[in-house]
Design a binder for this molecule. Structure first.
Ligand code: GTP
Ligand code: MG
Length: 202
């Protein structure tokens, strides 16, 4: 799929303030600093579309970007950033859960995981919650450029295997690097396929 146009639409503090529009949405979530905003920019070939930062906690609202005037990419705030007050963490959690559970046009959630890390409790809890809530999702490993291709593949496979203690059917996964533009075609093809299936089932 070709991305011809990507435009910022709105930053919303809660789901009720997201665009009144029934076009499909694909949301990016994961720990603070994992590379959500960078991945969106890489997919869109649009530097600076989503705001990125080396300091965790840059994205604090639900950000909608419309692609080819046809569907949305949604940049969500990161979860699990420790340097925040309990009240702010609670508010962010409610914002994210509200959006994920209530947004009917949400076609797929991409859960981003830093490919260098061993499985972490916070990501696992989030993934288990998505599974329990029947939310369609895929896993996206980020920053693959920080490891060699062999190590990256092995780490991703090990991570996926760790889900088998609870989940029989594993979600699809992708190995990406915003830096090297790895995984771009695969992710866009995946989105394209869902768009087509949803269009047929309308
Ligand atoms: P929050 O909005 O704070 O939750 O963070 P985020 O998940 O949106 O992360 P962001 O895209 O802002 O990136 C965080 C940092 O990681 C930045 O310094 C990026 O340059 C860096 N980064 C993101 N993706 C990659 C990647 O693929 N490779 C490398 N080497 N660095 C990356
Ligand atoms: Mg961000």
């Amino acid at each position: 799929m070709e991305i011809k146009k990507s435009e910022f639409i709105i930053s919303a503090p809660r789901v009720s303030m997201c665009p009144k529009d029934d076009r499909l949405e694909y949301a990016f979530i994961g720990r603070s600093n994992v590379g959500k905003s960078s991945l969106i920019n890489m997919l869109c070939n649009h530097k600076g579309l989503a705001k990125t930062s080396a300091t965790p906690g840059k994205t604090l609202l639900i950000n909608h970007f419309i692609i080819n005037n046809e569907w949305y990419l949604v940049d969500l705030p990161g979860y699990g950033f420790a340097k925040r007050s309990k009240t702010v963490l609670k508010q962010l959690e409610q914002m994210i859960a509200g959006y994920i559970l209530q947004r009917k046009q949400l076609a797929n959630v991409f859960v981003l995981i830093d490919i260098r890390l061993d499985p972490q409790k916070i990501d696992r809890e989030f993934i288990d919650w998505l599974g329990e809530s029947n939310v369609p999702f895929a896993i996206v490993f980020t920053k693959a450029d920080k490891l060699g291709p062999v190590k990256a593949k092995a780490n991703a496979a090990r991570w996926m295997t760790s889900l088998q203690d609870r989940w029989e059917e594993l979600p699809p996964y992708f190995i990406t690097s915003a830096e090297k533009r790895t995984g771009r075609e695969e992710l866009l093809d995946y989105i394209d396929e869902i768009n087509k299936v949803m269009e047929q089932n309308k």
